[in-house]
Ligand binder design. Structure first.
Ligand code: GLV
Length: 328
């Protein structure tokens, strides 16, 4: 079958330049134009007969989806850098390529980790609500006291692309950097004097802990009761990685009991559900998984996912192939 005859499904409207790449190359591109999450049933109905699928991180792409699509399914091009929503071994077993969008969202996500860090430490969400409600009746020496940032210790959990970018952006704030990772990060050590430490030491020493690990069996509930007990009572947690890395019930307890000072969250354990107690707490800033949400970054993610998909359908090795063993 020629390239242009191949069938592709996009599970949600993505920035136009990504769709343009698909439409320039293919005749049969269908897109879920409804502005809501695709249900499992809708997903299964729409994947039948596909050659390529372009999903979001919100869709679980497992063996059932792949089998429902059929044996001609060649590539799943995720519109995200994280790919815990895709069963890679199941794809590899079926000879299906899987790709992601690394690199293009590093800075937007790192910038957003800083956004959350600032907003939690300086209580801007609470202060905005207060000011908007016209409750500001004059400057007060005890109003909205937060935590200092400059000169404090920043702990980076996972010093890959995004974690390292967060650390490097601390330069203007003269911070001491600690990090955990399987690998030594020479750039961080040379440029910032960063120190690779054990997880426990990072928790004990850091004033801010920013999480940048992928969701794996080994990182699931990495932040549990024990972790929060080790953190300083004045420390803040920032999570822009994946929700289940943090045990939300334990975080709620830690925030309520003052075991930690606050948290800035972009991701949740059972997205889009949010622990009801989190919503009631003042010492947490909540965002709806928007760390990569800038016009430029989302456009780059869309064009990268679409290009990966087209390369795969052409029979080439897509640039961001996650399971190269599939080609063997
Ligand atoms: C966003 O969470 C992504 O993985 O791209």
């Amino acid at each position: 079958m020629s390239l242009e005859e191949k069938r592709v499904y996009v599970t949600r409207v993505i920035p136009q330049p990504g769709l343009d790449i698909l439409n320039t190359n293919l005749k049969h591109v269908s897109i879920n134009t409804a502005d809501h999450l695709l249900s499992r049933k809708e997903l299964l109905e729409n994947v039948k007969g596909l050659d390529g699928l372009l999903p979001l991180l919100t869709e679980r792409i497992d063996g059932e989806v792949m089998d429902t699509a059929g044996p001609q399914l060649k590539i799943v091009a995720n519109h995200a850098v994280g790919y815990d929503n895709i069963d890679i071994p199941a794809a590899t077993e079926r000879g299906i390529m899987v790709t992601n969008t690394p690199g293009v969202l590093t800075h937007a996500t790192a910038d957003f980790a800083w956004t959350l860090l600032f907003s939690t430490a300086r209580r801007i969400a609470e202060a905005d609500v207060f000011t908007r409600a016209l409750k500001y009746k004059g400057w007060g020496p005890m109003m909205y006291l937060g935590g200092d940032i400059t000169g404090r210790t920043l702990g980076i959990v996972g010093a890959g692309r995004i974690g390292a970018a967060v650390a490097l952006k601390s330069r203007g704030f003269d911070m001491k950097i600690l990090y955990t990772d399987a690998y030594q990060n020479e750039t961080l050590e040379k440029e910032l004097g960063a120190r690779k430490v054990e997880f426990e030491e990072l928790l004990k020493e850091s004033d801010f802990v920013s999480v940048h690990v992928p969701l794996l069996d080994t990182t699931h509930h990495l932040f549990d009761e024990t972790a929060f007990k080790l953190m300083k009572r004045t420390a803040y947690l920032v999570n822009t990685s994946r929700g289940p890395v943090v045990k939300e019930a334990a975080l709620v307890k830690a925030l309520k009991s003052g075991e930690i000072a606050g948290a800035g969250l972009d991701v949740y354990e059972e997205e889009p559900k949010i622990h009801p107690e989190l919503i009631k707490l003042q010492n947490v800033v909540l965002a709806p998984h928007i760390a990569s949400a800038t016009i430029e970054t989302r456009t780059n993610m869309a064009t990268m996912a679409a290009s990966n998909l087209i390369e795969g359908l052409k029979g080439n090795t897509p640039p961001n192939l996650l399971n190269p063993e599939v080609l063997k």
